[in-house]
Design a protein around this ligand. Structure first.
Ligand code: UT7
Length: 371
């Protein structure tokens, strides 16, 4: 029997605090008019002091698990796509695993810039189709506000924070992820990068004073790359699924700039309405943008059973990725019963307790074991 990967759960989290274009005009020399006309962005969400990529990823994962009606222990794989992990190591995916109590899951982070979420979906779908895994949680989560130079008007107006997640599940029925493609061109690595903090330029007084821990971007070049990569990847992933643009119901593209998505729609010869956009309210949330947009498209009833949806992203690397999805999840999904809600709340409490006990046992072992 051929096994397909179906999306059976989804969820998102965006921080409460909203930073508007007007707020930015008090921080740098910019205007609401410039930001709106050049990017389509009106506002973005910014984390609170105690929030991180992992805390947002965990919130999105809670929603996705509850939607899929799965227990955390049903997960076999957790991938967190991010350019802003909590630490270089351990992987943010491990922090998510611990908080969920997903004790049977393999975990790793995936660094493919803004294409990371679609890379994760493609990879997880292939691993599921191979029979290696049954339930995979793929998260895109970013805290870009922590690597943004708030004095650089060319970049600080663009980015926002947030997280989105999906659960892919093995199933013998047709549909789900039909095809995916992942691409890269490392020669464009210097167009969008974080210079310091890695092994090339470890953190030092000098790197900090020079602002080398902030992201740098050559916007115009990335723009040119994006308007070529998005339509090409969309066409190719449909072709691999044996489909054409005419079969398409909706594109969920990486939300970076409405001019990029409009140009892509034009290049593909499809109406703008077939390209989902929410960049106005979130800005560019990198790897989180597509899963957040997917959740909103579902909330707005823009996706129906058997629709053909394409996820397509581009970003640092340079990278690009696309996935063609025959939507197969039941819609509308049933709201959680009170009993089930309580069950989930208790299971996360149990996970926190379990983590504490394991740390304590390790502490005891270190203190009292002679070696
Ligand atoms: O997630 C993947 C990675 N990122 C992207 O997808 C970003 C792709 N690039 C873009 O979206 C666009 O290139 C930007 C939105 C970043 C910039 O738009 P642009 O139309 O390419 O503007 P530009 O960089 O060519 O700058 C035009 C002018 C410049 O002034 P001069 O040199 O013409 O006098 C900039 O200094 O706009 C100026 N400018 C600003 N003015 C007001 C740049 N940033 C701002 C600003 N407010 N925030």
């Amino acid at each position: 029997m051929t096994v397909h990967a179906h999306i059976v759960g989804w969820g998102k989290y965006v921080p409460e605090r909203v930073l508007t274009n007007d707020d930015l005009t008090h921080m740098v020399d910019t205007s609401d008019e410039w930001i709106r006309t050049r990017t389509g962005i009106a506002e973005r969400h910014i984390v609170a002091e105690d929030e991180t990529t992992a805390t947002m990823a965990i919130e999105a994962a809670h929603e996705a698990l509850e939607m899929a009606n799965l227990r955390p222990t049903d997960l076999n794989l957790i991938i967190v796509a991010t350019a802003t992990p909590d630490h270089a190591f351990p992987a943010t995916a491990c922090l998510v695993q611990d908080a969920l109590g997903a004790t049977h899951a393999a975990c790793f982070d995936l660094a493919a810039g803004c294409s990371g979420f679609v890379y994760g979906v493609g990879l997880a779908a292939d691993l599921i189709s191979s029979g290696a895994y049954r339930n995979a949680l793929v998260i895109g989560a970013e805290t870009l506000s922590r690597i943004t130079d708030w004095e650089d008007r060319a970049t600080c107006v663009l980015f926002g924070d947030g997280a989105g997640a999906v659960i892919l599940q093995a199933n013998g029925s047709d549909g789900g992820i039909l095809s995916s493609l992942l691409g890269a061109d490392g020669s464009g690595g210097d167009l969008l990068y974080l210079p310091a903090g890695g092994s090339r330029h470890p953190a030092s007084h000098q790197t900090v004073s020079e602002g080398q821990h902030y992201l740098k971007m050559r916007g115009r070049e990335v723009f040119r790359f994006a308007v070529r990569a998005m339509p090409a990847a969309t066409r190719q992933v449909l072709e691999e699924a044996g489909l054409t643009i005419d079969d398409l119901s909706l594109i969920i593209p990486h939300q970076a700039n409405y001019r990029i998505t409009d140009a892509s729609a034009k290049a593909l010869g499809i109406p703008k309405e077939k390209v989902f956009s929410n960049v106005d309210r979130y800005g560019n949330t990198s790897a989180a943008s597509i899963p957040i947009a997917l959740c909103e498209a579902l909330e707005q009833d823009r996706i129906h059973r058997d629709d053909l949806v394409v996820f397509v992203g581009f970003g640092a690397g340079l990278t690009w990725a696309a996935a063609a999805v025959r939507w197969s999840a039941p819609l509308p999904t049933m709201p959680l019963t009170r009993r089930r809600k309580i069950w989930y709340a208790l299971s996360y409490r149990y996970a926190a307790l379990r983590s504490l006990v394991r740390r304590f046992v390790r502490w005891l072992a270190a203190r009292f074991t002679k070696e």
